[in-house]
Design a protein around this ligand. Sequence first.
Ligand code: C2E
Ligand code: MG
Ligand code: MG
Ligand code: MG
Length: 276
Amino acid sequence: KVRSDGGGNIISLTKADHKALSTKAIIEKRLLIALDKKNLKVLYQPQLNLETGKITGVEALVRWEDEEIGIVTPDVLIPIAEETGLINDIGAFMLEQACLQAVAWHKKGLDLKVSINSSVREFRDKNMVQHIRKVLEKTNCPAKLLQIEITEKFALEAEAETSIIQQMKQLETDGIVFVLDDFGTGYASFRFMQLLPLAEIKIDQTFISTLQYQKKAQKLIQGMIQFGKSINMRVLAEGVETAEQLELLTSFGCDAAQGYHISHPITPKEVEKLLK
Ligand code: C2E
Ligand code: MG
Ligand code: MG
Ligand code: MG
């Protein structure tokens, strides 16, 4: 339980450390197999346009149930995938699935924008733009159907890496929309709005959950909506769980909403049923 760090210092690993290390190793090993066999799944969470009352988009969310280790939720999966670099493979899988699905819906006359989540590590790949263009081409997916969500952590890191900003701008020129996810929870900087080609902000669910009871939360959200509008960005509220929340957000002029009150993340078939 005790080892040296190579620099003469003794590091003692607690039982919990050992468990975390081996859990990570097991997840990494199983994830490699799952990616190889394309054993990951995608669920889509509908996004409601509050102006038209129609579902106009969906967010693609990764789901993984491994036959040996069971369900691994994104909260556990994504950080490990980011650390090991397997996030690039998950990203590639999600991108292809999202494009195939968007096209399948498009052919059925359903115009749904599909959002995927991207980690900054994926954009450190200098071939990211070519990769995305190739997948769009291969799947016949119009660029305007694809949205890419980035987190504030992504934005913070991208700020110092001009190559990432350049790639985002190239993709924006193609017609891909970038969305700032979990707005308000991280390192929100007004500079992001100036530097990065962002078209939408998603107000984090932590603000929405206290909306009904806290005047302060209401004022904060109203402020975020006004801020977004003043710089021509769309504003979506995530984690909407009640009719009251939806009503308040609509009265504040919020553009769109996503959350369990509208729909949980569901399969493509269920999305089609919901639209009918
Ligand atoms: P996110 O992008 O902010 O996605 C929203 C999360 O909130 C999803 O959790 C969704 O299931 C959950 N959610 C939606 N509506 C509600 C609601 O009304 N109430 C509550 N309490 N939760 C709601 P999920 O699917 O577990 O994903 C967690 C996070 O993992 C995502 O947060 C995203 O950051 C990340 N993630 C998921 N899939 C991917 C992926 O393919 N790639 C990357 N890089 N990250 C992903
Ligand atoms: Mg997201
Ligand atoms: Mg979010
Ligand atoms: Mg989140």
